[in-house]
Design a binder for this molecule. Sequence first.
Ligand code: SF4
Length: 315
Amino acid sequence: MTNWILERNVATFGEMTNLPVSLRELLARHFTLNEPEVLEVIESSDGSRKYLMRLEDGVTVESVTMRDGRKATLCLSSQSGCAVGCTFCVTGVMGAGRNLRPDEIVGQYRVMLRDLEDTVERVNVVFMGMGEPLLNAQNLGDALDVLSEKLSLKRITVSTAGILPGIRWLAALPRKPKLAVSLNAPDQKRRERIMPIAARYPLHELFVALRAFPLERGRRITFEYVLIRGFNDAELDAEAVARLVSGIPSKINVIPLNEDPECFPDLRRPDGEVVDRFASRLREAGLTATIRWSRGADVAAACGQLRGRQSLAPR
Ligand code: SF4
């Protein structure tokens, strides 16, 4: 059954031709294979595709496909808004939404995978779309169970703003996806300014949990660091980040801010040299650091921007 749904990605039970007709009819009477409805797809000049999808109660979420040759990364939403309220994030400005059900999470994957057809050999999934996945842990867990029938959990990354109960829940799973943590500032004071949730889950407690996180062999924790001009982009900040993560098998994704002048007129992306210097400083401290310029910047690909555009657009 999972093979038909995830591998063959069929839209109806009737297409599951190796099942007896009576079973297919029974399934169709009692279950649905509903998928989110695609309202809009925008393709960026860099090949990434951003989807606006409507769920059955009319709520909309965003999902993104990022291509890299024969590889694709599918970015899924776990909630229809976000209560975490990061001050640089359009989804955070929208406020809390509802938790997505497991079928709504997997549905995004199915829709985007069908569009890729046979053009990719490898697919990764990241939970970096709308919402905080670890605030929807139970449904996330069910969705991971389904997705991991098709994909190795090594190819699935759950990104969190640092929800401690959720990190402990993840740590206790017998089979774990990869973990990414949005760090974004090297100290508690500044982290709280841009990530209010940090007041509830302070940096020192977060790092106690991360140091205790049972990493499988060869795995690392990814730290995401959105670089904001004049706020967290100094070389001294890079050195402080290096001290903070020292001893944790990790890599740092330095993400120059995806500017949004309408929502955040005061937040700017640092110049290229500043970004390079920041990443170099991390590397000099012995860390693996990559710079991730936003994909799909020309189509508002940061989380929530497309839906935000719709709700901000004059009617
Ligand atoms: S960055 Fe992530 S956790 Fe923060 S408000 Fe946006 S969706 Fe929520």
